[in-house]
Design a protein around this ligand. Structure first.
Ligand SMILES: *Cc1c(COP(=O)(O)O)cnc(C)c1O
Length: 382
């Protein structure tokens, strides 16, 4: 399944393959599930590290018209490469001084405070038209959005909705991936009560987990991120999404060590028998979690090869004793994320979440995009 590294890819230590067709299939799976609600795509943090310039156009080709990023700069990066009917929202809100750029570049702020609403109203005054925006209310996460008192004040001042084109009222769930959390039904109810106080507008509450949870209200628009990129929407339940990412790195040296010999920094891995150790060119500087030292693994020809010792900056060492001698040669690629070892498994072994593993995968890899109808070439280099 995994092809050998090509000559050009050998100049990098590792290869990250992003399956755009799988992202599109995941988009369609969610869309079908939640309709008549519409499905947006969260492409913040460079599409969770996978390359927003390649991913967002592929999602557009799959029918997505609403995109969320975290920062204005991320929206500005995508605006020129997405067609005009793609809507781009900035989740972290309207920062002071960003008003003119948002208005000029057709970027929609998610207004998170009364003060942001005032500045967007002032900007609308300046440009002489109703500017589009989402309003976020805090339904119980205490992170972003209008507090209940702010919502009451806004409800008493409905002309805001005449002077601005508020096309979405949204909130965010704190515990969506914990199906039994009592906060879930509480937040659903709190969001409905807050939104009911405002003039009727399309509503959005659900992230990936909320798009799959039995209790969830899909509202008018769901906002998945992780599930599009192949992560399990609800941790611990079977993952219905297609895998998107394959990560392979090449073996650079193989040696035999004696019983009692330590391996790697700190010499933390010592065995009472002779072992074969393979050094692989991926390390924490590539985003491979250092917490996988002594715990994680890579795969080669269906064989799990445990990481022996610590994760170095540029390499890891694998115990390859289970392979026949000579089966793994310098230059061969081992699988780190792929058919044998899922993203969620790596996150579990690293004692973190799939989000963190994905977004940390570095820019040092040779990146390959397969499938999909991306109309824009991904960034090269790095
Ligand atoms: C990141 C984010 C999402 C996407 O969450 P996933 O769990 O990746 O689906 C949705 N909404 C908001 C407000 C977010 O910050």
């Amino acid at each position: 399944m995994v092809e050998p590294l090509s000559v050009s890819e050998l100049s990098a230590g590792a290869r990250l393959t992003v399956d755009l067709a799988a992202i599109q299939a995941n988009y369609r799976l969610i869309s079908g599930r939640v309709q008549p609600a519409r499905t947006a795509a969260v492409v913040k943090a460079d599409a969770y590290g996978l390359g927003a310039r390649a991913v967002a156009p592929a999602l557009y080709a799959a029918g997505c018209r609403v995109f969320f990023v975290a920062h204005l700069a991320e929206a500005q990066d995508l605006r020129p490469i997405l067609p005009a009917d793609a809507q781009l929202y900035v989740l972290n809100g309207l920062q002071p001084g960003a008003e003119a750029a948002c208005a000029a570049e057709d970027i929609r702020p998610v207004l998170n405070s009364p003060e942001q609403i005032q500045r967007w109203l002032a900007a609308a005054e300046v440009v002489g038209r109703r500017l589009p925006a989402a309003i976020q209310v805090d339904s119980g996460m205490a992170r972003l959005g209008l507090a209940p008192d702010d919502v009451a004040a806004l409800a008493a001042n409905p002309e805001v909705f005449e002077r601005l084109d508020v096309d979405l009222v949204m909130s965010h769930l704190a515990c969506a991936d914990t199906p039994d959390a009592l906060s879930n039904p509480r937040q659903v109810a709190a969001f409905a009560a807050l939104a009911d106080r405002l003039p009727p507008r399309p509503r959005s509450l659900a992230n990936s987990a909320g798009s799959f949870a039995a209790w969830a209200d899909h509202g008018d628009l769901v906002r998945p991120g992780l599930a599009l990129y192949g992560g399990a929407p609800i941790d611990g339940l079977p993952n219905p999404m297609q895998a998107v990412v394959t990560l392979e790195a090449r073996a650079i040296q193989i040696r035999t060590v004696r019983a009692g010999d330590g391996v790697g920094y700190g010499l933390t891995s010592v065995a009472d028998h002779p072992r074969r150790i393979a050094t692989i060119s991926i390390g924490y500087a590539d985003g491979w979690p250092r917490s996988l030292g002594g715990r994680g693994a890579a795969w080669f020809r269906g064989q799990r090869l445990p990481i022996a010792g610590r994760v170095s900056m540029d390499s890891i060492t694998l115990d390859v004793t289970a392979l026949a001698e000579g089966a793994l040669q310098p230059g061969d690629a081992v699988e780190l994320i792929g058919p044998h070892q899922s993203l969620d498994q790596v996150a579990h072994d690293a004692d973190t979440i799939a989000y963190e593993v994905l977004t940390r995968l570095g820019r040092r890899f040779a990146r390959t995009y397969v499938g999909g109808a991306a109309s824009v070439a991904p960034e090269t280099g790095g």
